[in-house]
Design a binder for this molecule. Structure first.
Ligand code: ADP
Length: 181
């Protein structure tokens, strides 16, 4: 499924983010930037130790990464040249700023991609695994955040959501269909 916003296409696919031939892939990291489970573990395994080396340097400089922020490293052995590490919110019922933090994670990641001169960037479904954010609500925030940012004008040609199961893909498709063109 595709939607065009300005000069950028938003594409929803089922797949594995470690195999995407895009300029940058976004990692749903945790504040330590030291790797973890889920998509984070998959990215470090597939990309190799160069990614963790750069993460360690970043943590030395700036400390832990606050939820809603994003930093870039090499993509190591991934097909993608860059990994943009962001931290989504842990779901604690929805009244503790979770939507704002999730929105910020997407927007800050898009800004890093633009700063790096990327033409294409791929996102996983941030916060909907171990962090427990309800899927449909997360899809709504994710798509609105990306569309809102692209409506301000962006050099990106493609923003790809790489969704790991049919269930996650279906949730994003349902939300994108409901959002006004
Ligand atoms: P979080 O801690 O932000 O919730 P998780 O990695 O636990 O992050 O889950 C986020 C989403 O990423 C989930 O939908 C999970 O199924 C998905 N996921 C796990 N591995 C991959 C992968 N290799 N490619 C794309 N998505 C993945």
């Amino acid at each position: 499924m595709e939607r065009r916003v300005g000069n950028t296409r938003i594409v929803l696919v089922r797949g594995d983010i470690t195999r995407q031939g895009v300029d940058a892939v976004v990692n749903a990291a945790n504040p330590s930037l030291m790797g973890g489970g889920g998509v984070d573990g998959a990215i470090h395994r597939a990309g190799g130790p160069a990614i963790l080396d750069e993460c360690k340097k970043i943590v030395k400089e700036i400390g832990r990464l606050a939820p809603g922020n994003a930093v870039a490293t090499t993509g190591g052995r991934l097909p993608a040249r860059h990994v943009i590490h962001t931290v989504g919110p842990v779901w604690r019922g929805g009244g503790r700023g979770e939507p704002e933090v999730l929105r910020s994670a997407y927007v800050e990641s898009l800004k890093r991609a633009e700063e790096l001169g990327c033409r294409s960037v791929a996102f996983p479904s941030i916060s909907t695994g171990a962090y427990g954010y309800p899927l449909e609500e997360a899809a709504q925030v994710a798509l609105e955040a990306v569309i809102g940012h692209l409506e301000e004008g962006s050099p990106l040609e493609e923003v790809r959501f790489v969704l790991f199961s049919d269930t996650v893909l279906a949730a994003y498709e349902t939300v994108l269909k409901k959002l006004k063109p």
